[in-house]
Design a protein around this ligand. Sequence first.
Ligand SMILES: NC(=O)c1ccc[n+]([C@@H]2O[C@H](COP(=O)([O-])OP(=O)(O)OC[C@H]3O[C@@H](n4cnc5c(N)ncnc54)[C@H](OP(=O)(O)O)[C@@H]3O)[C@@H](O)[C@H]2O)c1
Length: 248
Amino acid sequence: MLVAVVGGTGTVGAHAVRALREKGHDAVALSRSNGVDVATGDGLDDALRGAAAVIDTTNLSALSARASVAFFEAGARHLLAAAERAGTSHLVTLSIVGIDRMPYDYYAGKVAQERLVTAGSVPWSIVRSTQFHEFAAQIYRQAAFGPIHLAPRARLQPVAATEVGAYLADVAVGAPRGRAQEIAGPLEEALDRMVADYAGTRGERVWTPSVSLPTKQMKALREGRGLPVGEPRRGDQTYAEWLTSLRE
Ligand SMILES: NC(=O)c1ccc[n+]([C@@H]2O[C@H](COP(=O)([O-])OP(=O)(O)OC[C@H]3O[C@@H](n4cnc5c(N)ncnc54)[C@H](OP(=O)(O)O)[C@@H]3O)[C@@H](O)[C@H]2O)c1
């Protein structure tokens, strides 16, 4: 079965492509680097030809609500239209646990994306995941002021991107599930500890003070609103194991 992974060169998309191939399926990774742009629709018709399913793991780096809504709405619209024209019978969209419980600008785009997919004419599955282990590395890079790397306090249940990719592959080759079981990691973790431990793994001489950032996202995450409600599918790899894998 041919599955197209839009965003298939990204963190989780590349794992989905690998998992599909390991399961014996044909998988094609699509992104702007090979001429496919979901924001404009360019290249999608050719790229989806023959694909029985499409997985959407696209992302943008801008974090404003306006940019996020514009990107995810345009992407969902173009993907739905192209999938319909191509006769693709399953759209799998990766989303985030708790987006509708947190008034965070970037999440407004994910909520808009889910709304269009659920109202669309292509049979769908939406997989919501908690943050990947890589989230701590992103924060480490972004909240840096020289040797000071702010370590925000927040409650997370981070999951291995490899396991999310494998789950997406499983979902894509089966019948559309609608809202699929959420996926989360095996343990709740404290983000400030995750950032400090990530710094330790890198062996850099830096300071990682714990801070309660006043942003809407961090406040909501401190309150535990990014944790799964109910029983998620649980990944196996802990954050500590992921850190160990970075050293290998
Ligand atoms: N990171 C997390 O902790 C987390 C947790 C849960 C869910 N998610 C969701 O997972 C998805 C993927 O996240 P990620 O961290 O794997 O993202 P990522 O590493 O930034 O990868 C994004 C992918 O999208 C492609 N892309 C970007 N703009 C595109 C466009 N206009 N047209 C086509 N492809 C485009 C990129 O390739 P090019 O730049 O070459 O186009 C890349 O392959 C996102 O929707 C995010 O909301 C993330």
